[in-house]
Ligand binder design. Structure first.
Ligand code: FUC
Length: 849
């Protein structure tokens, strides 16, 4: 263990992109049985094609996805009479008629988002015996290869599979210990409309058609509606080619039959007719056939070994940047992953936490790569035609959480699909802003979106859906929140060209819309939002629930965060002085935070908070995380109020809610509370149990997060949270080990990132920092803090450092207090800091004094 820490620490210090191979703690999810349920299968992906590998014995199944395969077609759903509706809604709100405002708002509803759909299934059916011994399957996170091995009838079989990003294909290598032992049939099926043909003896093609409509509610008359093959709805093709060594491959009944082969390589490529967010995929789509075929043809010139090497190199370039060692338990390592998960409460083996952490990074690489679409509620993995919440983009937390780990776990380029998507949302969102709200500047997006970059409020257009709720639909804040990701990308990378060309225009557009969306509250004189929700929660006043009011804390926090970032961006870029002034003026007039009578951070416009409320959303804590308005050092009173709100809500909730709580407690520097919530993520969830839709959290055998049901945000949010426990950089300094729990007495991490483009390696023992190395990619002053007095080994410390990307000043937000509120400002353990002037390309060693 000790050697391992040292070796990885030293080699990682070179901060090279090459992968570090750990020997005694393999990063593998492994099992002794095939997957009996989808949540036991193992995910592969190149961010476009996804596969869940079941590892069956008689029958192997690869459940396939393509991240552009969604139902429907562009359907803006804007409401031309919107400006009048808005006026009426506001009139009701300012007269405190919350209910009539809510009823009126429903007329603003556009259609629900489209649904993300499964592509196809690839089946390999082995002839003969399905009883096997010595069964083993795994997913190796260091290579992104899934392997299945077993013995049957005296023969040892092995299947190895991966999905290559550079070569755009799923590749499976089947081998056996005896000559001629491979006898199986290959079929393709789909849950959507499809036809299969075999244009050659070793080649299969599945042509498919997606529905033009998939219902959101089970009471809609049409649940899954198709056009004919030439009509509306996505077209897609899946191509399979088999190459056998020995024996034969023949086409039979739309399948391929392999007889007596020694070894078989299966290649699968696929494509959809997706032709951009604003084009009908059925009437104006691309032809998927030549795309899938061209990808297949390109594979012909490469050997299996070559393809595997190219895949590994590409993958390890990203994955190998970070190592995390929290210690390991030799006994635990001998057990399959699902057993370790079941044992976690009794034996919280820290290597499972590290494995889960790296799995979060693996899932990000497998589902979000430059040029592709952003990850949806299930990443790219979905086997249902009507998946929970349409497996869509839910932007009032889930889509954002999916990207919380992108920067700090050193996968910055995986963030890019989200930025490309924002460009599309900005196009559609400008039309929605104009049509629905009469706002001619900037862009808006609401709580759900999809492949078609839908920006109108969801909720059911043209029919009065009883479940279409203003408590989530009246939320024109998605553009604002998502745009803060652009700013964070800049803060982590210091990439000014990105800020100028990509980030700033989008941030500006989101801010322009929100400037016009704000209205003056006639009673307080502050700028407020109206209508306002605290996403999905309701206000409880004298036993009655209300959905809408004005100036929710979350609305105001998102606006404050975005405006502050946009002002900073104008400073960095030296542009738009007049606009900057407008933003500054608005910032000064925004309805402030309030501390309510229970000592809580007030969620609503007035002190309506119910301390018994256990709602999963705690959107009013946006300013603590992911925002940067509430901080233990700068605003200890607000931090104490945020803590009180967290205590009221409790720990147990849905998967993503608990992941958010890890990040909040880490920001409050309460290591033990953050760890205790993280530990409860390791509650084994049996996929065969009823797919409950609200709550509990936990993890499925394949380490997918359970809302339940499966939602990938919890995986990503927890990985981000673990990083936040080890390193923070939001508050003008690089805080080393800000929330290190007792459970991680010794450990090491390398390659994680901080704002200001610093790469950080740390080693600690007996709960105390032993050494940190900080690599500065762009230079600049850097304040470093730690729980112990520290010094810099080989650089002069700076007095009164100038601000850089890391240290952009963050203003203290003003706040009011209920006269009845009583609480002490939060006091956190003492920290010690040093400031250095870093030079670009240099590494600095920090040691305890
Ligand atoms: C929001 C959340 C739910 C779920 C869904 C996808 O509606 O409140 O818990 O995560 O999104």
């Amino acid at each position: 263990m000790r050697n391992y820490i040292l070796s990885f620490f030293c080699s990682a210090l070179a901060l090279s992109a090459s992968a570090q191979k750990s020997t005694d703690t393999p990063l593998k999810l492994w099992y002794e049985r095939p997957a009996a349920a989808w949540e036991e299968a193992l995910p592969l992906g190149n961010a476009r094609t996804g596969a869940m590998v079941f590892g069956g014995i008689g029958t192997e199944r690869f459940q396939l996805n393509d991240n552009t395969l969604w139902s429907g077609a562009p359907d803006p759903g804007n409401v031309p009479e919107g400006p009048q509706i808005l006026e009426q809604v506001r009139r009701q709100l300012f007269a405190s008629n919350w209910d009539s405002a809510t009823r009126l708002w429903k007329r603003m509803h556009g259609p629900y988002s489209a649904r993300y759909l499964p592509l196809a299934d690839l089946w390999l059916k082995q002839a003969g015996d399905s009883a096997a011994t010595n069964y083993y399957r795994d997913l190796d996170l260091e290579t992104a290869v899934a392997t299945v091995r077993y013995e049957a009838g005296g023969v040892r079989y092995q299947r190895e599979s991966f999905i290559s990003y550079p070569d755009k294909a799923l590749v499976v290598r089947l081998s056996a210990s005896s000559k001629g032992a491979l006898n199986f049939r290959t079929d393709l099926t789909s849950k959507l409309h499809y036809r299969v043909s075999a244009p050659a003896g070793n080649y299969l093609v599945l042509r498919g058609k997606a529905p033009k409509y998939v219902a959101n509610r089970d009471y809609e008359p049409i649940q899954v509606g198709y056009d004919d093959w030439k009509g509306e709805g996505m077209n897609f093709e899946v191509h399979v080619r088999l190459v056998a060594r020995g024996g034969s491959v023949q086409a039979a009944d739309s399948g391929l039959v392999v007889s007596g082969a020694d070894e078989v390589t299966l290649y699968l490529t696929e494509a959809t007719s997706f032709n951009g967010f604003n084009r009908s995929p059925g009437l104006d789509g691309k032809d998927p056939a030549p795309i899938a075929r061209a990808a297949m043809t390109a594979l012909l010139s490469r050997s299996y070994t070559d393809l595997r090497q190219r895949h590994q190199q590409d993958y390890q370039r990203l994955f190998g940047r970070v190592n995390l060692d929290l210690g390991s338990d030799a006994e635990a390592l001998k057990r399959p992953t699902d057993v370790r998960l079941r044992n976690f409460a009794r034996n919280p083996d820290a290597q499972l936490v590290a494995l889960y952490y790296q799995y979060g990074r693996y899932l990000m690489i497998a589902s979000s790569r430059p040029g592709g679409r952003p990850t949806n509620l299930q990443g790219i993995w979905n086997d249902q035609v009507q998946p929970p919440w349409g497996s869509n983009y839910t932007t009032n937390i889930n889509t954002e959480m999916n990207y919380w780990l992108a920067e700090n776990t050193n996968l910055s380029e995986c963030h890019r699909p989200l930025f490309d998507f924002l460009k599309e949302l900005a196009v559609n969102g400008a039309v929605t802003a104009r049509t629905n709200y009469g706002i001619n500047q900037g862009w808006v997006a609401h709580h759900n979106t999809d492949l078609w970059a839908k920006t109108s409020p969801p909720g059911g257009k043209g029919w009065d859906d009883p479940k279409g709720m203003p408590r989530w639909s009246a939320w024109p804040m998605a553009g604002g929140w998502l745009s803060t990701h652009l700013w964070e990308h800049y803060r982590f990378t210091g990439d000014t060209r990105f800020l100028r060309d990509t980030a700033y225009p989008l941030m500006k557009g989101a801010a322009q819309f929100l400037l016009k969306w704000l209205v003056k509250d006639p009673t307080t004189g502050y700028l407020v939002t109206a209508p306002a929700t605290s996403p999905e929660n309701t206000i409880k006043i004298n036993g009655k629930e209300y959905q809408l009011s004005i100036a929710s804390t979350m609305d105001m926090s998102i606006i404050r965060e975005l405006f502050t970032a946009t002002v900073r961006a104008t400073d960095v870029l030296q542009v738009d002085a007049a606009f900057r002034k407008e933003l500054q003026a608005a910032l000064a007039k925004l309805y402030p935070f309030h501390i309510g009578k229970h000592g809580q951070l007030q969620e609503w416009f007035k002190d309506w908070d119910d301390p018994a409320d256990k709602h999963r959303h705690l959107s009013h804590l946006f300013g603590l995380y992911p925002g940067n308005q509430i901080s233990v050092d700068r605003t200890p009173e607000l931090a104490a109020a945020a803590k009180r709100s967290l205590q009221h809500r409790g720990d147990v909730s849905t998967g993503w809610s608990m992941a958010w709580k890890i990040n909040w407690w880490a920001r409050l520097r309460d290591a033990e509370h953050a760890y205790s919530i993280l530990s409860s993520a390791f509650t084994f969830i049996d996929p065969k149990a009823k797919r409950e839709v609200m709550g509990g959290g936990g993890t499925y055998p394949n380490l997918f997060d359970a809302h339940p049901p499966f939602q990938i945000d919890g995986n990503f949010g927890a990985t981000a949270g673990i990083t936040e426990m080890l390193l923070q950089s939001h508050d003008g300094e690089l805080a080393l080990l800000p929330a290190l729990p007792k459970a991680w007495q010794r450990g090491a991490v390398s390659g994680i990132k901080a704002r200001g483009n610093f790469t950080v390696n740390m080693i600690w023992a007996a709960g105390k920092l032993t050494e940190a190395r900080i690599f500065s990619a762009i230079g600049g002053p850097c304040r470093i803090s730690a729980p112990v007095p520290i010094r810099v080994r080989e650089a002069a410390t700076l007095k009164g450092a100038a601000a850089n990307v890391l240290q952009l000043p963050v203003p203290k937000p003003p706040y009011g207090k209920d006269p009845a509120a009583s609480l002490e400002p939060l006091s956190a353990p003492t920290r010690y800091s040093v400031t250095i002037q870093t030079e670009k390309g240099k590494t600095y060693t920090i040691v305890p004094q």
